[in-house]
Ligand binder design. Structure first.
Ligand code: SF4
Length: 753
């Protein structure tokens, strides 16, 4: 942790000067979000104000965190950067690949066996390059980060959408793709569109059955799954200060469900208490010393409408517990209205399973409050009617709640403790009978509840609530039960009522753990071997992509003219292909298989110009590659929208596609293509899309004078001997043109290293 203390000292030392400069540049009081963003500009103190929702700005994050599924390609790429060590403190967390089936120990052992080659690779590559490695069973990335690495005023990127969890401790923490993580670990700046700001003012104080989860369930209902897009949500007010740090983490975590870039709370006594409780009193003392910089200015919070793009106010004293769902996290029901909604909509009222835990809700506070209800079930002779599982977020929490007797209590209620991992939350749940696809209901304290996410059954109605509500409903076995007002019949035929849940924000005896599951990297990793079996079908070391040959590109075959929506899922499908995330050759067999061919309206069926036959897109492209012929992909509007996964840019590059020519790009994908050394071009006249014919051979002219703002010429050589010459625009700056010339951004970094 010493590495961190030095880093945090450096970050905090920058704050006063940077914030003063930002205040001057912006010309008015600052929100907390602005303070942290301006303190992390790569270029130094602010010389200008940035337009929210418009300006692209370079930042220097303090940390990188990666989960095991996404870390594979990020680290395979990082190995190409030619560095001895990562440029910023980074960690890998083995949490996504553990399947829940029987219980913690057996499931964990099975996962260690099944994923051995992936774990061995991640452990060895981490050891070599100075990356902290959290073994399988150590916990879920976001809980482990909150307990160990998050710090007020910091900036972190993570290769997982719920990275914003660290906002609970005042950190700007943003989910990114592996290519971004690789760049930051290699010492490059990280670009972000300066976000819009949504302020959420929390007044009053929660009590009884209401918990932090209900704040975000309510916010999700107000803003919907798209309402936070391009925005950072900043929480403030006396209500915010009354919430525990882990409760704040829950709220920030699930901010991903409203599409927010991230969410954040300011530093306060609760943050300090959590830092002290998790063995980081030194960081709390450092934060105390600059506390005024770790929250928004008073003027901002006094008149939020003048400083935020949108303001929402929620009175915690009046906030009811909520249940959101099914099938979407923004369908918000106050508990008093939920039973009627279940009946009116014909959702299965019988509750089959209640699941608590996950990175969203697995703090000591969450578990102790849920356990207080489980204890009541035992004391009041109530037999839990639903199956009930508990997923602790970290080994530290698991060990501590076991020591304090809570796991025993859950056991008495019939609960099953699962491994400290994602498990059912990411569909790693061998739920018996799910294949029958029967209509049923489950309720979880997780964050996402889209169809099929937990068990693959499209008819599972998944609802999301706080761990307390999940536990109460699991005891009742009935979705129409309202624990605030209703009674249950116990085994002796008596009517009994559950009392309000009670818990502790932090363990009275402090946290404890025997083996947290952390492996520190070697001081000098130069002799460490990265373990990748040459026969593995899940992992493959990368070779550098070849540099540009220095000439115009002539005679490129049209691989596909994609019609309509072509997201990164269409370009590099998820599902079963996720297994090959670390094996570029194998995963490339999914390249563009979801894209619709404009010439026949079919997916994965394109004309092979060499054989004249129709075949699958990857196979056709492999034929061109084998023949040493480059190709081009043509697309429609907003090509590459969706997830930021870098595979969608690496696969075409790997298989020999040279350019992507579209009406318009989704920005992240466009940047990913540039990083991989591809040409990302747009039709100067979008109507020229219609000129592209199925048998076209295409020339790209002007590359020897490739320059910012200067269009390239595209010559469409049609089969009948005619041709069209059109113009293609691009957004390459000088540096990005160097990436193209070098063959990729990583090649350039390597050359400089
Ligand atoms: S527990 Fe769920 S939401 Fe959290 S990191 Fe794992 S899969 Fe993602």
């Amino acid at each position: 942790m010493a590495f961190d203390i030095e880093m945090i000292k450096e970050v905090y030392a920058r704050f006063p000067e940077r914030i003063a400069a930002a205040r001057k540049a912006v010309g008015k009081p600052l929100t907390l979000t602005e303070k942290i963003l301006y303190a992390h500009l790569t270029e130094g103190p602010a010389s200008q104000s940035y337009a929210r929702g418009k300006s692209y700005v370079d930042f220097q994050p303090d940390r990188v965190a990666m989960q095991d599924a996404t870390a594979q390609m990020a680290l395979l790429q990082f190995m190409q950067a030619g560095r001895d060590k990562v440029a910023v403190p980074s960690t890998v967390h083995c949490d996504h690949l553990i399947q829940a089936e029987i219980g913690a120990e057996k499931d964990l052992n099975k996962a260690k066996d099944k994923n051995k080659e992936v774990y061995d690779f991640l452990a060895s590559v981490s050891n070599k390059y100075g990356i902290g490695f959290w073994k399988p069973g150590a916990g879920i990335i976001h809980q482990v980060v909150l307990e160990n690495y998050a710090f007020p005023g910091g900036m972190m990127i993570g290769t997982d959408s719920h990275t914003p969890n660290a906002g609970g401790l005042g950190m700007i923490a943003i989910g990114v793709g592996g290519a971004d993580a690789c760049d930051v670990m290699a010492g490059l700046p990280w670009e972000l569109k300066f976000p819009k700001l949504i302020g959420v003012k929390l007044t009053g104080k929660m009590s009884g059955w209401t918990s932090a989860k209900d704040v975000i369930l309510k916010v999700a209902g107000i803003l919907t799954v798209k309402g936070g897009t391009g925005a950072i949500v900043e929480y403030f007010g006396e209500g915010a200060r009354s919430l525990s740090a882990t409760g704040k983490g829950t709220i920030c975590n699930m901010g991903a469900e409203i599409g927010a870039t991230t969410s954040i709370f300011g530093y306060d006594e609760k943050s300090a208490a959590y830092l002290q409780g998790t063995g980081r009193a030194d960081i709390a003392a450092m934060a105390d010393a600059i506390a005024a910089h770790l929250t928004g200015d008073d003027e901002v919070y006094a008149n939020p409408e003048q400083y935020f793009d949108q303001v929402i106010e929620i009175n915690l004293s009046e906030l009811e517990p909520h249940v959101n769902g099914p099938f979407t996290p923004d369908l918000a029901w106050p508990i008093s209205k939920f039973a009627a909604a279940v009946k009116e909509n014909g959702w299965p009222a019988k509750l089959d399973v209640g699941l608590i835990g996950s990175c969203t809700n697995s703090s000591y506070e969450d578990i102790s409050r849920a356990a207080s209800l489980a204890q009541q079930a035992v004391d009041k002779k109530l037999n839990a009617k639903s199956e009930y599982t508990i997923t602790p977020g970290s080994e530290q929490v698991r060990f501590t709640v076991e020591r304090d007797g809570f796991l025993d209590t859950f056991g008495k209620m019939g609960g099953v403790v699962l491994a400290n991992a994602c498990g059912p939350c990411i569909g790693q749940w061998a739920r018996h009978g799910a294949e029958k696809q029967e209509k049923n209901s489950i309720i979880t304290s997780f964050n996402r509840n889209f169809a099929k996410r937990a068990d693959g059954n499209p008819n599972t109605h998944a609802f999301v609530a706080s761990p307390e509500i999940v536990t109460a409903l699991a005891i009742a076995g009935d979705l129409t039960f309202n624990p605030l007002t209703d009674t249950l019949t116990n085994s002796e035929g008596q009517q009994v009522k559950l009392d309000e849940p009670r818990g502790l924000e932090l363990p009275a005896k402090g946290f404890a753990v025997e083996d947290a599951g952390y492996q520190a990297p070697a001081e000098d990793g130069s002799s460490v071997q990265v373990l990748v079996s040459p026969t593995s079908d899940r992992l493959q070391l990368l070779d550098s992509f070849p540099a540009w040959e220095g000439t115009d590109l002539k005679g490129l075959k049209l691989l596909i003219k994609a019609k309509g929506k072509c997201t990164t899922d269409h370009i590099s499908m998820a599902g079963p292909w996720l297994k090959y995330r670390g094996h570029l050759d194998n995963i490339s067999n999914n390249m563009l298989i979801g894209a619709v061919n404009a010439f026949n309206d079919a997916t994965n069926k394109v004309k092979n110009q060499l054989s004249g036959e129709y075949g699958e897109v990857p196979a056709t492209q492999r034929h061109y590659k084998a023949a040493g012929i480059g190709s081009i992909v043509v697309g429609d509007e907003n090509y590459g929208e969706g997830s930021s996964r870098e595979h969608a840019a690496m696969e075409p590059r790997f298989l020999g596609v040279r350019a992507i020519l579209v009406k318009s790009f989704a920005r992240i994908h466009e940047t990913n293509l540039k990083k991989q050394g591809m040409l990302a071009l747009t039709f100067a006249n979008p109507a020229d899309y219609e000129l592209i014919q199925e048998d076209d051979a295409i020339d790209i002219v002007g590359l020897t004078e490739f320059a910012p703002g200067k269009p390239l010429q595209i010559i469409l050589n049609h089969k009948d001997g005619s041709s069209n010459t059109i113009l293609a625009n691009h957004t390459y700056n000088e540096g990005q043109i160097e990436w193209f010339k070098a063959g990729s951004a990583l090649n350039l970094i390597k050359a400089k290293a």
